[in-house]
Design a protein around this ligand. Structure first.
Ligand code: SF4
Length: 355
């Protein structure tokens, strides 16, 4: 594995300096990130055939300070696995992660703690991500103590109050001694955001942060995250199945299908001029009462493939209305479409266009 020869530990990742050409440098990068899970049968690895789930294959991405990057795809496309790999919750099968330009591999102990000080993960379900036996005050005190930002009771209380105010849970005293079950879903997710902020991270990985909340409060949580990105110069990975919210919320958008990223670029371009047929399908499937015909058409185009035996060539070919012979034979290369927009699709290559 590429990471094996590298020193363990993360060191300190300061916010990166501008590039030589004055452009921003990414704070967190992944290159060719791959995760294959062994298939188990009756509790034992199926060693005879070495079958694996190709959860993530060759994913590369870069997160920049002060920017939101959306990672969009259907359920089971591998988005959450990418977030967990970036959070170092489990090791990659191959590929590289760099934080502040330094290659990292931090799975336990002090190096993992140093890494989590920089990179925080917010889970989809605020009901299960907050321990129900602890008060809000306890849950928020913990990162402050763990990362050395509060040493006394007074410092802790002050820090907790500031975190609550930062996520608009005011007056803070009204929330400190509550247990998670005494809060609404939106309030719980705000506490989860506050807990992540307690580490003073440079990067937040938000895995479907609003999908379990009432529609009426989703926008307010997204607005909160947007404000924090600006005020704290955070790099935010926003994982979602809702491509419409990516346009509203993210600077750039990456589209993931069956473990691979198939299209990327500025959110406005990707959502308004999608180049990959899968992105077009996602947009057609987005709820819009004025496009019921398109929804019906999209619904008729099948299911994601098995990731144990993914289709050869382009993984989308069994569902693609434009599939050609070459699509079934070879993985499409990346085609740059201008202004930072790109796609992996034979339609956008000379070779595929000639078929
Ligand atoms: Fe469709 Fe072929 Fe493009 Fe894949 S490469 S999305 S099958 S046209």
């Amino acid at each position: 594995m590429p990471g094996d020869s590298q020193p363990r530990g993360t060191g300190t990742a300061a916010v990166p300096a501008p590039d030589a050409d004055g452009g921003p440098r990414p704070i967190l990068e992944a290159e060719d990130l791959t995760k294959h899970f062994p298939v188990h049968r009756q509790g034992r690895a199926d060693l005879g055939r070495r079958r694996v789930v190709h959860a993530v294959d060759g994913v590369s991405l870069a997160l920049y300070p002060g920017q939101v990057t959306a990672l969009v795809g259907e359920s089971g496309s591998g988005k959450s696995t990418v977030a967990r790999l970036l959070a170092q919750l489990f090791p990659a099968s191959a590929g590289t992660i760099r934080l502040g330009g330094q290659r990292v591999r931090a799975r336990r102990g002090r190096s993992f703690r140093r890494y989590t000080r920089q990179v925080q993960l917010i889970f989809q379900d605020p009901f299960s991500s907050l321990n129900p036996i602890h008060t809000v005050s306890y849950l928020l005190r913990r990162p402050l103590r763990l990362h050395g930002y509060a040493r006394s009771t007074a410092q802790s209380e002050d820090g907790v109050a500031r975190l609550l105010a930062e996520v608009n849970l005011t007056p803070p005293r009204q929330f400190m001694e509550k247990f998670p079950h005494e809060l609404s879903g939106g309030q719980r997710q705000r506490v989860a955001v506050a807990r992540a902020l307690g580490a003073r991270p440079a990067v937040i990985l938000a895995d479907e942060p609003v999908s379990m909340l009432d529609v009426s409060i989703r926008l307010s949580i997204l607005n909160l995250l947007q404000r924090l990105v600006t005020e704290r110069n955070l790099a935010l990975l926003y994982i979602t199945h809702d491509i419409a919210s990516a346009r509203y919320f993210a600077t750039s958008t990456l589209v993931m299908y069956a473990g691979q990223i198939v299209e990327g670029g500025p959110s406005e371009t990707v959502t308004q001029q999608p180049a990959h047929p899968y992105t077009q399908l996602l947009i057609a499937s987005a709820p819009d009462p004025e496009r019921l015909e398109a929804v019906a058409e999209a619904a008729a185009t099948g299911e994601p493939p098995s990731l144990v035996t993914p289709p050869a060539g382009c993984r989308f070919h069994p569902r693609c209305p434009h599939a050609m012979d070459i699509c079934r034979q070879a993985h499409p290369p990346r085609s740059d479409l201008g202004a930072g927009h790109w796609a992996h699709c034979w339609l956008h290559t000379e070779q595929g266009g000639a078929c």
